[in-house]
Design a protein around this ligand. Structure first.
Ligand code: GP9
Ligand code: MN
Length: 664
């Protein structure tokens, strides 16, 4: 008969069970879970709450970063877990501090950017809060305990001498046990991390990993550890793997293309430098499409203020937005760099660290101040990082605005304009100010008391709401112009307004009803790809409608032309808009337009797969009429992709091509 265990037996079993050999690992998981949850609470991200899947993913990814410690003997495991705790606590906390300032997490490109973290400067102190001590409090016990174990004398030698056979057997069993538990933890970690992430990316977060428009949404799906894992993968994919240097011959071809483009005589030059020294204010307007311009509904103009402004401005009536998956960020990129967007994802999020000849950077070299204004989270579309690369002096983002009047996603455009202009009072002139509006963002909600347009049969539909929303933005333009005048900016500032992309409403019958005519495929394609471009010169000069094809890639060369900055040193795909040279405007889809034709591609590859429209008859014509433009479009898209992915401008500039900044 077995006697029941004595008190000392129980005591010794309990203390064995509490041995760090068994407790260190679960304790590590618990402590790190607690830190990840604490981080999440501190972030205060609107509309994001931890759910069950988030907890599963957090445990899963903790298993993934630590499973290998289970393969080690007890002491090695303890030391490794302590080091993991120190490193990951450091990362979590650095992310928190960075987030408090930039609304973003630290990424590999951020770490590579010189001075990025340093730019927090004096702010650091205000970003550290008392409660943060809770992230480190466990160190007080863990670190001394680990040190004590490491420096403790080993007592095991005599056992090995005493019972060699038995000891070896025990040892083998232990090694096997460790191997099995470690491997199980790895398998469990993979399952717990990737199954729920896959489920999210198949359902509510579709396209997240292709588009990755916002690090915060990524974090919301993957958790912090997963986010850093994905960020490293993304960086490796885009920068290290599969991106060997472009062959010298091809690099030369790209350079030769830019050189040949420069060699074309510039044509009439009366506008060059005519507005040298003027301020420039450029407004990128959310989902502002061209088809509403000059239109009315129930006897009311949709855009009365814009229409008024057109009278003493240059209005480009066939201006294409040229954006791809990067939407707003692509509009910003193409407009400021005169390159084209990528076939997948956004240049802002994928290649912020490349060299581009951008408007703010060039203007800074000309002695301008350059500032960006957008009343939304600064990390959206990776703007914080990209704007730093573009050399803006400052990016006035959501936290710089007082939320006096919230509409839709954020501060209303009217309040946004007023506050931006009041910031400009303190900015040294000449300045460049880039403003991005937001109120007219999908789903175009306008509060009841703000609905000033009678949208008739569209009342209560998304199309009706869109018109309502654009009518609101137009009213904001009116106020903006008045305030510019009051502030003494009207006569010394070039004002540019354009729309960023379409409104994602694709129902043809809506457009037909609104415009009161039947539309063909060409009409629809132009409607969805055209946004208005208005350039108001300080003296109201050159006013009129300019129907020649134009696109976002023409904007930076045009502004610099007006200011008397030669295009000579720069690598741009587009050219300025003030001469008679024929223009070809490529779209990311492979479509293009010039003054005679519009080419519409289809899923079937190659020129013949698409349709060539004659713009005079607006009917399909012989496909060969589009051949030349098709080849050029393909070439320009490829050149732009190569410049971006292989960082070719950096190479060109390093080898002496293109000295900066001299004026013609
Ligand atoms: C938010 C805004 C919206 O900052 O740029 O981007 P979008 O969804 O239009 O691309
Ligand atoms: Mn947009």
């Amino acid at each position: 008969m077995r006697s029941s265990p004595s008190w000392t037996d129980i005591q010794s079993r309990v203390s064995k069970g509490l041995h760090y050999r068994y407790t260190a690992y679960p304790l590590f998981l618990i402590l790190m879970m607690y830190k990840l949850i604490m981080l999440d609470h501190q972030l205060h991200i609107a509309n994001m709450k931890l759910d069950q899947a988030d907890y599963v993913i957090a445990v899963g990814s903790l298993l993934l970063i630590s499973f290998w410690t289970l393969w080690l003997p007890a002491r090695g495991r303890l030391v490794s877990l302590t080091l993991l705790n120190l490193v990951w606590t450091g990362i979590v906390y650095a992310d928190l501090i960075y987030y408090r300032y930039f609304d973003d997490f630290i990424t590999v490109p951020v770490l590579m950017q010189a001075g990025q973290v340093g730019s927090l400067g004096d702010s650091i102190r205000s970003l550290v809060h008392g409660v943060d001590l809770l992230f480190f409090i466990d160190w007080l016990l863990i670190v001394p305990f680990t040190a004590a174990i490491v420096f403790r004398k080993r007592k095991r030698a005599f056992i090995a001498n005493g019972f060699p056979g038995e000891y070896r057997q025990q040892r083998r069993a232990r090694v096997l046990r460790r191997l099995v538990t470690g491997t199980l933890a790895l398998i469990l970690g993979i399952a717990m991390t990737f199954v729920p992430i896959k489920r999210a990316s198949d359902t509510w977060a579709v396209g997240l990993f292709e588009g990755n428009w916002w690090n915060i949404t990524l974090y919301n799906v993957t958790g912090l550890i997963g986010f850093h894992g994905y960020d490293m993968y993304r960086y490796g994919r885009d920068h290290l793997l599969g991106q060997p240097k472009l062959a010298e011959e091809e690099t030369e071809q790209v350079k030769a293309w830019f050189d040949a483009k420069r060699a074309v005589p510039a044509g009439t030059d009366a506008m060059f430098g005519k507005y040298k020294g003027s301020n420039v204010i450029m407004i990128q307007t959310e989902a502002f499409m061209n088809f509403v311009i000059g239109q009315s509904i129930e006897g009311q103009e949709i855009t009365p203020n814009f229409n008024q402004l057109m009278k003493d401005s240059m209005y480009f009536s066939n201006f294409y937005h040229q954006t791809g998956q990067g939407r707003t960020s692509d509009a910003d990129f193409v407009t400021h760099s005169s390159l084209l967007p990528l076939p997948t994802g956004s240049v802002f999020t994928r290649y912020a660290d490349r060299k581009y000849d951008t408007l703010p950077e060039i203007l800074k070299e000309q002695g301008y101040a350059a500032n960006a204004f957008h009343a939304y989270d600064s990390s959206f579309w990776n703007r914080t990082t990209m704007y730093r690369e573009m050399k803006y002096d400052r990016f006035f983002s959501k936290k710089d605005f007082e939320m006096t009047d919230v509409q839709g996603w954020s501060l209303s455009d009217k309040a946004f304009f007023a506050q931006s202009l009041s910031y400009m009072k303190d900015i040294q002139q000449p300045f460049y100010s880039f403003l991005i509006t937001l109120t007219s963002h999908h789903p175009y909600y306008v509060p009841k008391d703000g609905r000033k347009l009678d949208t008739g049969e569209f009342e209560g539909t998304i199309f009706g709401n869109y018109l309502q929303s654009i009518h609101y933005v137009d009213e904001a333009f009116g106020q903006f112009v008045d305030q510019m005048k009051q502030q003494g900016l009207w006569d010394n500032t070039i004002l540019i307004i354009y729309g960023d992309h379409d409104n994602s409403i694709k129902d043809q019958p809506d457009y037909e009803k609104f415009l009161g005519r039947k539309l063909n495929a060409l009409d629809m394609e132009q409607i969805m790809n055209q946004v208005p471009l208005l350039i108001r010169l300080p003296d109201g000069g050159n006013a009129g409608v300019y129907p020649e094809a134009a696109g976002m890639m023409n904007v930076t060369p045009s502004i610099l032309h007006l200011l008397g900055v030669s295009s000579e040193p720069y690598y741009w795909i587009g050219s300025q808009l003030f001469d008679e040279r024929p223009r070809l405007i490529p779209l990311r889809s492979g479509a293009f337009s010039d003054e005679n034709v519009f080419y519409l591609p289809s899923e079937t590859a190659g020129l013949e797969g698409g349709t060539c429209y004659d713009l005079a008859t607006r009917q399909p014509t012989d496909i060969q009429a589009c051949r030349e433009g098709y080849d050029e479009t393909q070439k320009e898209l490829k050149i732009s992709d190569q410049v971006i992915t292989y960082d070719l401008l950096k190479q060109f500039k390093a080898s002496g091509g293109g000295e900066r900044g001299e004026t013609k």
